[in-house]
Design a protein around this ligand. Structure first.
Ligand code: NAD
Ligand code: MG
Length: 406
């Protein structure tokens, strides 16, 4: 019998986490869930503990009642550790070979970095750490021998379309920047669904409610990324993620709207070829690709029926109604601490929108104002990155507290 591969699922109670666990359930003989982390939804985490009996678990120490936390601590056969230390322990457990980074937001930065430094195979869904510290993560992978595997659907699609030697450059953290031209790669095209407001007027967009923003037409995702998809900041973050992960310049990356969300992204070659990856919009496909790579394992998702879809549409994004795309491209161009500031301001603004403290149209406004006042600085280590992130969060929170008109 072949040895089971140990897996850590960070953010197991979220959308990515549950898609990952669905795939792992299909292959119980091949993979063993060694660690699981949740955060506030302790009862959901408890159900997963009894099903997967992991060795290591983590949750927010203050999130549950004392009774709930005691249940986690007393969970037979599992070691419980709360907070950031728990996330890092789950990511670096010695029996873990593969880490699925599915925490939402910058909160996943330290555990993702710890997994890379520990030389794990890291399936990265959590794009914010790459936006903030792509170079740091890639350098850590080069040093530790970790394997970086993008599972954000667009970046996974790009990865699937690259020639084998460039795939190795991605997984090793070298990036494809210096060798992409030699391999004939001329350009990357990220596709975007356009979100729920693709056909909505600017006036209606600016007053959209959380329920409208969360109703994504093609993907079923957690709240933060759903709001990002509605502002198109998700595609902006993905532009920076692609620059970071592949070591490319923003000018090499194009964004195109494709409402059906079945062509997940494309690589353009110097002979005029455009190679893309297609599939139903379901994260179990890129997750199973990352788990099985270089082999393919079943995802449980059927191959698409193109005749049923009938038609594929493409159009350019409207930068006037979706200014987040301009802000993100400027941040990608500026580099250094600017993407960290963009991400932190956006996270605070999205949270405030979901709490109904600001209007939908004010999300890009908060980000814009923060960037206008941000003095770019070096952010080459974790400490610097965390400091800038915290500083910008405080500024954005204060700006929202005072009100944007003041
Ligand atoms: P989600 O909100 O559904 O789940 C987030 C998970 O992170 C939960 O398990 C939650 O408990 C945990 N978490 C939240 N805050 C935390 C904190 N402070 N510390 C530790 N854990 C915390 O989010 P999601 O949709 O699964 O997205 C997760 C990540 O994957 C995001 O970065 C998102 O951009 C990326 N992603 C998601 C999808 C998708 O289809 N959902 C697709 C591509 C990329
Ligand atoms: Mg994506």
């Amino acid at each position: 019998m072949t040895e089971q591969m140990g897996v850590a699922v960070l953010g197991a109670t979220g959308s990515i986490g549950s898609s990952a666990l669905d795939v792992l359930r299909l292959h119980r003989g091949q993979y063993k869930v060694v660690s699981l982390t949740g955060w506030k939804r302790i009862s959901a985490l408890k159900r997963l503990l009894s099903e997967f009996t992991p060795a290591q678990i983590a949750a927010e120490p203050e999130s549950g009642s004392v009774v709930e936390t005691n249940v986690l601590e007393g969970c037979e056969g599992s070691c419980y550790l709360g907070g950031e230390a728990g996330l890092v322990a789950a990511a670096t457990h010695p029996d873990v070979d593969t880490v699925i980074a599915g925490v939402s937001g910058a909160a996943g930065l330290q555990s993702t970095l710890a997994a890379v430094e520990a030389g794990k195979r890291v399936l990265i869904a959590n794009k914010e750490p790459l936006v903030m510290c792509g170079q740091l993560l890639r350098d850590a992978a080069s040093g530790s021998g970790a394997c970086l595997m993008p599972i954000d659907s667009e970046h996974n699609a790009i990865f699937q379309c690259l020639p084998l030697e460039l795939q190795r450059d991605v997984t090793s953290g070298r990036g494809i920047g210096s060798r992409s031209a030699g391999a004939g790669v001329s350009q990357i095209t990220l596709t975007a669904s356009g979100g729920p407001f693709l056909r909505t007027s600017a006036a209606e967009i600016s007053n959209a409610t959380p329920a409208q923003a969360l109703a994504h037409p093609t993907w079923n995702m957690g709240p933060k990324i759903s709001v990002d998809s509605a502002t198109l900041m998700n595609k902006g973050l993905e532009l920076i993620e692609a620059c970071s992960l592949f070591g490319l310049d923003e000018s090499q990356i194009d964004i195109i709207i494709h409402p059906q969300s079945v062509l997940h992204s494309m690589v353009g070659f110097n002979d005029g070829s455009l190679i893309g990856q297609m599939g139903n919009p379901d994260m179990r496909i890129p997750i199973s690709y990352g788990l099985g790579y270089p082999d393919r394992v079943s995802s449980g998702i059927a191959t698409m029926d193109l005749a049923e879809i009938g038609q594929l549409d493409f159009e350019r994004p409207d930068l006037e109604r979706f200014p987040s795309l301009i802000l993100a491209r400027e941040a990608a161009k500026s580099g250094r601490s600017v993407p960290i500031a963009l991400n932190a301001a956006n996270e605070i603004a999205v949270e405030a929108f979901l709490d109904r403290r600001i209007a939908f149209g004010e999300i890009p406004e908060v980000v814009d104002r923060i960037l206008q006042n941000h003095k770019p600085s070096e952010a080459s280590d974790l400490e610097q990155a965390v400091d800038i992130d915290l500083e910008v969060r405080a500024l954005a929170s204060e700006m929202i507290r005072r009100g944007l008109s003041s």
